[in-house]
Design a protein around this ligand. Structure first.
Ligand code: HEM
Length: 217
């Protein structure tokens, strides 16, 4: 019997509460409401570098996996843009001046552990970041550019030069989610891992707020 609700729709529905938790975390909503500083934005970009480094190294290792590989696209790769942003925002020595916050380290460890043994879990992490970047991320990038006077330098992370139509890309991605050979139990596990990924993002905003409090104290 065909599923009444496509998996991609169930996933979105079941994770919408967690999405809202991430979206409304204080650090993020302050940044969105113009209450954040350039340093706050830079601190977020730095944490993204560690997360995408893990995600995109794992993606490389997933290239031969029949299930995970259909979700991969070079057009998504964010590390070159993040590195250019960090060089612009911090300077040539950016790598010596950033370190992962505790939640980021746990998030990275989780991506690495999951990707070593479980393609569906890797897809959960891939989905949570890239579909978000192609959705709300597009809006966030424009807002940060306006707030901090960036043109493209500094917000390259949000600019997917090779994806002209993010909506069509997301639709295709959702079709792949619906076509994945996962039974109901595996679908549940994938949804649970997406919730784990959202929780890391929410916790990261808490860490960023704590780090900011230490910075300005
Ligand atoms: C201020 C912060 C955020 C805003 C304003 C925002 C906004 C949005 C909006 C408007 C959509 C729906 C777009 C559509 O229907 O095509 C969306 C989707 C999404 N967002 Fe966010 N978002 C934010 C933060 C986040 C964070 C922190 C994450 C996780 C890392 C995230 C992950 C996602 C995902 C995975 C989707 C796609 C859901 C799906 O269609 O399956 N978002 N976001």
């Amino acid at each position: 019997m065909p599923d009444l609700v496509p998996f991609s729709a169930a996933l979105r529905e079941r994770s919408s509460g967690a999405h809202s938790g991430s979206e409304h975390a204080g650090f993020m909503s302050d940044l969105m409401q113009g209450k954040g500083t350039r340093d706050d934005y830079v601190a977020l970009v730095a944490q993204h570098w560690f997360i995408y480094e893990a995600l995109e190294s794992a993606a490389d290792r997933m290239r031969a996996d029949p299930v995970a590989s259909v979700f991969l696209s070079d057009r998504l790769t964010r590390i070159p843009a993040l590195e250019a942003d960090l060089e612009f925002l911090i300077g040539a020595d950016w790598r010596d001046r950033i370190e992962p916050l505790p939640t980021t380290q746990r998030y990275v460890d989780r991506i690495n552990a999951v990707a070593a043994t479980w393609p569906g879990g890797f897809v959960a992490h891939h989905y949570t970041r890239y579909l978000g970047d192609l959705s709300g991320g597009q809006f966030i990038g424009r807002l940060m550019a306006r707030q901090f006077g960036f043109e493209t330098n500094g917000i390259g992370f949000y600019l997917f030069a090779d994806i002209a139509d993010p909506k069509a890309f997301k639709e295709y991605y959702r079709e792949q989610l619906d076509a994945a050979p996962w039974d109901a139990a595996e679908q549940e596990r994938v949804i649970d891992e997406v919730l784990v990924a959202y929780q890391f993002n929410t916790d990261l905003f808490i860490d960023l707020a704590d780090a900011k409090a230490r910075r300005v104290a």
